[in-house]
Write a protein that binds this ligand. Structure first.
Ligand SMILES: [Ca+2]
Ligand SMILES: [Ca+2]
Ligand SMILES: [Ca+2]
Ligand SMILES: [Ca+2]
Length: 411
């Protein structure tokens, strides 16, 4: 998917008259980001700032993302091809905060991604720009890429301004560009100092351009803190020197995709709702998801229902007993621990790769004697349950070991 997406983008942006348009990330050598017309040092974002909820991703050599919810950041899909073991870092007034990337959601056609963090930033995040009057307005472009000026960016970038520093600058949104897949972009050119450019200019030394490392960073409409664009690519005329004056930048147009972005992000985090997989319900899928995170070490605090900084049996207890109002051993979650649940366990006895509904009540993905013990501990009995218990005929079919356990229990 990421590879295909990248190829598609290459094709999409090929236009007559320009050699080729590169994804920022795909820059083989040249690299510079928030490239400016004057002095890069004048463009550094220092906390506290309205722009310090824009953070650094250590993906793909360094990219950029914006907080749009306490738990979620917005970036470019090509910036998060691989999120395994990767982090998002915020440089705030009270220090540096690092968050693990937990889960990504890619838009089906646009180069856009929403990524869930493994802990809450505690920040509200930026809102999205919904209006469609972007053309002619001034954008505030922010990103962590390399910098330099439109004259100094050589192969490998300006060595004085490596990636990893948050910078901002301005440009005028010249037009809307629709690619061959129908994806909408904000388009803006990079006018040299004192030039007027074919699409008009912001004025001497004012315009900046995105480059490698700015991928995924935001474009705000000036005078607001609303994200109107996500940096994705530059159309350059010299692949060894870019961006230079005259090159053109493209952001995914957020107003077109705001509904999708919002649809990914739940109103309340799973720490409040227990809907870990965000499918709108709380059920056995969420139990299995929680068990999976515990098996993986329990570091993803999205699953921390008890808010103690740990993801462990305290959280399964809360989910199963308090939130679902059920008990361990209730495989079918019908409110009774009875013969029906026993049948599920027995049908999967000694199998692996199982879920709760198949008789794995302790989350080790196996249905075995440990789970039988759980079932028997909370077994409510035929009289209490009022539903069928395993008939003798069914018991005959049980594995010998299972039967032995059963017999032992009943004795
Ligand atoms: Ca769910
Ligand atoms: Ca917990
Ligand atoms: Ca049951
Ligand atoms: Ca088990």
């Amino acid at each position: 998917m990421p590879q295909a997406s990248m190829k598609a983008s290459l094709k999409i942006f090929r236009t007559p008259g320009l050699c080729w348009l590169g994804l920022l990330l795909a820059a083989a050598g040249p690299a510079a980001a928030i490239v400016v017309s004057d002095d890069p040092d004048l463009h550094v974002v220092t906390a506290p700032s309205s722009y310090d909820m824009v953070g650094y991703l250590n993906t793909a050599g360094g990219t950029t993302a914006s907080v749009v919810d306490p738990w979620f950041v917005l970036t470019a899909a090509h910036a998060v091809n691989n999120i395994s073991g990767k982090t998002f870092t915020l440089y705030l007034a009270d220090g540096t905060h690092v968050f693990s990337l937990a889960e990504k959601f890619l838009h089906p056609s646009a180069d856009l991604a929403v990524v869930r963090l493994a802990a809450s930033t505690g920040l509200p995040g930026y809102e999205l720009y919904d209006q469609t009057d972007e053309v002619g307005r001034t954008g505030v472009l922010v990103g962590y890429g390399m910098s330099g000026t439109g004259d100094t960016v050589l192969d490998g970038g300006d060595p004085n301004y490596p990636r990893g520093t948050n910078r901002l600058g301005y440009n005028k949104i010249d037009s809307i560009y629709t690619d061959l897949d129908g994806v909408k972009h904000l388009r803006f050119d990079f006018d040299a100092p004192d030039s007027h450019g074919p699409s008009g200019t912001l004025g001497a030394d004012r315009e900046v351009m995105i480059a490698a490392g700015d991928s995924g960073g935001p474009l705000f409409i000036e005078g607001t803190l609303l994200i109107a664009g996500v940096h994705v690519s530059v159309n350059y005329d010299d692949e060894n020197h870019w961006p230079t004056y005259g090159d053109v930048g493209f952001d995914v147009r957020v107003s077109t995709y705001a509904a999708w972005i919002r649809s990914v992000i739940p109103d309340q985090p799973a720490t409040q709702t227990a809907d870990f997989n965000m499918d709108g319900g709380v059920d056995v899928l969420d139990i299995n998801a929680l068990f999976g995170v515990i098996r993986g070490g329990g570091t993803d605090l999205w699953y921390d229902l008890t808010a103690d900084g740990l993801v462990n049996s305290g959280d399964t207890d809360k989910l199963i007993r308090q939130i679902l109002g059920r008990e361990y051993g209730d495989a079918n979650l019908d409110g009774r621990v009875d013969g029906l649940d026993y049948v599920e366990w027995s049908l999967h006895y000694q199998m692996t790769g199982l879920g709760w509904e198949e008789g794995d009540f302790n989350g080790d993905t196996i249905a075995d004697g440990l789970d039988y013990n759980v079932w028997s501990m909370y077994y409510q009995g035929a009289e209490a349950a009022g539903v069928p218990v395993p008939e003798p005929a069914a018991l005959v079919l049980l594995p010998a070991g299972a039967l032995a356990l059963l017999v032992r229990r009943r004795q």
